[in-house]
Design a protein around this ligand. Structure first.
Ligand SMILES: Cc1cc2nc3c(=O)[nH]c(=O)nc-3n(C[C@H](O)[C@H](O)[C@H](O)COP(=O)(O)OP(=O)(O)OC[C@H]3O[C@@H](n4cnc5c(N)ncnc54)[C@H](O)[C@@H]3O)c2cc1C
Length: 389
């Protein structure tokens, strides 16, 4: 059907897409702007809907083995620590796949080593995508290193601020949400004893939440916090912040959790301003499609962005296995994914409003991804939605 398939971006979405396409018998080339394949230090929740795909693609066992067993999740009152909601760890029984908290570097390494085992030369580092042209026969991508690459099809997996998306669909409205996220990792030995009883916890309060959960067999505590900050903040994962500014903004947090913020080593806390974008009317144009955050950039309130990128990849691989033409493969992919992914994008926005809504009734644990029915989706078995080939 096609012989030259290019993927732009080797994040979770790009690597998963490469693996799923290889699984369907295709050769791929991945172009990544970074000079080495390296994820930043943070955790990511991989829920059963995405674990189905990782299991099918042969990396689930490694990912689960590195994560360690997840525990019972609790929602707690931001100031008092009172337990508001308990979520048992019964995902395997309910959905046939587990729920894991994974270090992003471990997930990336598991995907990358599987992709490179299939095709040792398929990743090109130091290739920052700049622009593209396409006609009925091919796509030509230009990179900032001056190289051009010709392909039969191109898949933009270059994240929320996707340049591929901008090239194909033009400029878009981007809203700073007025929310700033902080992230850090803390060695377990430095975690205050007051948090030991519930290591997987989310503290919900008016206009802020604070989340911690262990990674790597409970040797590291992952910390993520999101709160309102009217001042404009940059987008991106690596903007340095200070422990002082973090703890000042969360000064009324439950004291043991505030102690956890203060236990963060200087120089290891980062922040960024969250962006919200409208769902795309289409993911594909001609020989170019988008996947993951490039197709449906979303706020992090349901913890589903990476999971949806993995779902996309699984469905894309299946579409390429099922179709006889590139056009049909892209139609199957987009028709199967758009309603699901755009729906989660909007649900994530609503979830943000719910959990951070200042209410007279006190904190609101929200309607999480499980309660919204999002984990029941299985990208390995969901019927491919046909359209005109
Ligand atoms: C605070 C927070 C917490 C989150 N927690 C979760 C969670 O628990 N579970 C979950 O499922 N999701 C979570 N997410 C969302 C998740 O991180 C993203 O949805 C996911 O990383 C998207 O993967 P991606 O591969 O599409 O994009 P990215 O991870 O952004 O990868 C894009 C890749 O493309 C490369 N690239 C970018 N531009 C170019 C270019 N011009 N040329 C070449 N390469 C390029 C980048 O270097 C990168 O390697 C969270 C997000 C935030 C902000």
């Amino acid at each position: 059907m096609v012989s030259q398939l290019s993927i732009v971006g080797a994040g979770i979405g790009g690597l998963s897409a490469a693996l799923a396409l290889q699984h369907s018998g295709y050769h791929v080339r991945l172009f990544e702007q970074a000079r080495e394949l390296r994820e930043f230090g943070a955790g990511v929740v991989i829920s059963p809907n995405a674990m189905h795909a990782l299991n099918f693609l042969g990396v689930g066992e490694r990912v689960a083995g590195e994560a360690g067993r997840a525990g019972v999740y609790v929602s707690r009152h931001f100031e008092t620590g009172e337990v508001l909601k308990i979520r048992p760890n019964d995902y395997m029984e309910k959905f046939g796949a587990a729920y894991h908290q994974v270090h992003r570097a471990d997930l990336q390494a598991a995907l990358a080593s599987a992709v490179l085992r299939n095709e040792p030369d398929c990743v090109r580092l130091g290739y920052c995508f700049e622009s593209l042209t396409q006609d009925s026969e091919r796509v030509v991508a230009t990179f900032t290193n001056g190289e051009t690459v010709t392909s039969d099809a191109l898949i933009g997996c270059d994240g929320g601020a996707s340049k591929v998306r901008a090239c194909v669909f033009g400029d878009e409205v981007v809203n700073y949400t007025g929310q700033v996220a902080f992230r850090a990792l803390v060695p377990m030995a430095d975690v205050p004893a007051g948090l030991n009883e519930h290591p997987f916890a989310m503290f919900v309060g008016a206009k802020r939440y604070f989340l911690h959960y262990p990674l790597r067999h409970r040797t590291i505590m992952n910390v993520i916090a999101v709160g309102r900050e009217p001042k404009w903040q940059d987008e991106g994962w690596r903007i340095p912040a200070t422990v002082e500014e973090f703890s000042n903004l969360y000064g009324d947090l439950y004291p043991p959790a505030l102690q956890l913020i203060r236990a963060i080593s200087p120089g290891t806390v980062f922040k960024w301003g969250l962006r919200d974008r409208e769902p795309l009317a289409q993911y594909t144009k001609g020989r170019v499609t988008t996947l993951g955050d490039a197709a449906h950039p979303m706020t992090p309130f349901l913890g589903q962005g990476a999971c949806l990128a993995i779902e996309d990849a699984m469905v894309l691989g299946r579409a390429f296995a099922a179709a006889n033409t590139l056009q049909h493969a892209f139609v199957l992919y987009e028709n199967t994914r758009k309603q699901r992914a755009n729906g989660v994008q909007l649900a994530s926005r609503r979830q943000g409003d719910e959990i951070q809504g200042a209410t007279a009734r006190g904190p609101n644990p929200g309607t999480d991804a499980l309660d919204r029915g999002l984990y029941a989706y299985n990208p390995v078995t969901v019927p491919l939605t046909h359209g005109d080939p």
